[in-house]
Design a protein around this ligand. Structure first.
Ligand code: LLP
Length: 409
């Protein structure tokens, strides 16, 4: 029997009613329109603390990958506790700066930064730009010359490692569009060794997202370590290493997730003696488990050979099932007698056959107005929402103990 706390430590049934932090979700369903994104502040704090504590030797700078969820409250919660931010657009950069994030803790990643975005980032004196190609590096150099400024650079290396995750979120194989071939790294370090504007201080890597096994991380990190040792041996100064994000979280009863301690252990083992500043860029790990979508059954529908439950959350709120075939755990807000289970396809209201959350879910009989919860929607949920079908955007609220914190995003 899987415990609901495996999805979120602050989610629990009390007398068959589902509570989030200390609030009964039924009350939230009465108070707010659904679908509703709810985030547990305690869970975000817990995730960050667990990640911090997992490291015993290396003390990495945790730069939260803002793409996972750009809600202002999340930026504030994490940066107040020492995190930096990994941004991938001027929009993310401006939002972070506006909220007061320290520019010296902002890393700019991304395969398609425009020259305008690069210029703004350099002018804002951010910590570093992670560069994805030789062409991008040349452009950064001319921009620096033009505005007479310098910038720190990490070269994003493509280690040609299969992260064994979903095809669409795999980024570390040579056929993927990301990073620079590890064979070119030496020549780039050499070319820029004495450059006045661009200071190559190290390497970065990010092999994919929702990685559930430790082996791909280990292989990729080992490869990058060898690269650093080689560079150092040839006399280059390497002072920074950005290991990206990618740690997976639990989405359903089937997936088994790597232990964060083993992730931290390999980083400790491989890099603690190299005199490097280590950066990591977790997105999903920090916020994914903190969020749920509270949704209401619009109606049930009997088909020819199956029954459907149509809920008011759809692929416009959470596109992950339609895009990656992701299955997010669904829980009833009010548990009923389990002896008489029905089999349903749980679907959204959007006019697409891909708007399906779970096929063949066994659950007690549901009816219109019943509330359900979709778990693990804190990352890549609201930020990937669309206006499709022109439905009203879902609200987002934060909860700490009994307190509701409204959010205008
Ligand atoms: N760093 C870089 C350079 C990245 O490209 C990403 C994610 C991260 C860090 C954060 O990765 P995380 O720790 O969250 O796995 N929409 C997809 C995920 C796309 C991830 C894109 N890059 C999904 O819903 O699964």
């Amino acid at each position: 029997m899987i415990k609901v706390s495996e999805y979120n430590k602050f989610l629990s049934y009390k007398k068959n009613k589902l509570f989030f932090e200390d609030l009964p979700l039924i009350n939230l369903g009465e108070k707010f329109n659904t679908p509703l994104f709810c985030y547990s502040v305690s869970q975000i704090e817990h995730n960050l603390e667990e990640l911090h504590n997992a490291f015993k030797k290396v003390k990495p700078l945790i730069c939260y990958a803002l793409k996972a969820n750009f809600n202002s409250n999340i930026i504030k919660i994490l940066t107040k506790r020492g995190c930096g931010i990994d941004v991938v657009s001027n929009g993310e950069l401006q939002k972070s700066l506006k909220i007061g994030v320290d520019n010296k803790k902002i890393v700019f990643s991304g395969v398609g930064k425009t020259s305008k975005e690069i210029e703004i980032a350099i002018k804002k004196n951010i910590k570093q730009i992670n560069v994805e190609s030789i062409e991008e590096l040349d452009e950064i150099t001319s921009i620096c010359k033009k505005i007479n400024k310098t910038i720190n650079i990490c070269l994003r290396v493509n280690p040609d490692i299969n992260a064994q995750t979903h095809e669409k979120i795999s980024t570390g194989r040579s056929e993927d569009k990301f990073g620079i071939s590890d064979k070119r790294v030496f020549e780039i370090f050499k070319k820029y060794q004495t450059n006045k504007f661009v200071k190559i201080i190290g390497l970065s890597i990010h092999i994919g997202s929702q990685i559930e096994l430790i082996e791909p991380f280990y292989k990729a990190f080992k490869k990058i370590k060898l690269q650093i040792l080689k560079l150092k041996k040839k006399g280059f100064k390497v002072s920074s290493l950005d290991l990206g994000g990618g740690v997976g979280i639990k989405y359903n009863d089937k997936n088994k997730i790597l232990d964060i301690k083993s992730y931290a252990r390999i980083i400790d083992e491989l890099f603690s003696d190299l005199d490097l500043e280590i950066i990591i860029e977790p997105g999903r790990y920090l916020v994914g488990s903190s969020g749920i979508i509270l949704s209401r059954v619009i109606r049930t529908k009997s088909g020819n050979n199956k029954d459907f439950v149509i809920i008011d959350a759809g692929m416009d709120n959470l596109i992950r099932p339609a895009l990656y075939g992701a299955e997010h755990k669904i829980l009833p807000v009010k548990k009923k007698n389990q002896t008489n289970l029905n089999v349903y396809d749980i679907v959204g209201p959007i006019c697409e056959s891909s708007d399906v959350f779970i096929k063949k879910m066994k659950i007690h009989r549901l009816k219109a107005e019943d509330l359900i919860v979709i778990c693990s929607t804190g990352a890549y949920g609201s930020c990937m929402a669309s206006k499709y079908n022109l439905r009203e955007p879902a609200k987002e609220i934060f909860i700490k103990k009994k307190k509701i914190i409204l959010s205008d995003n």
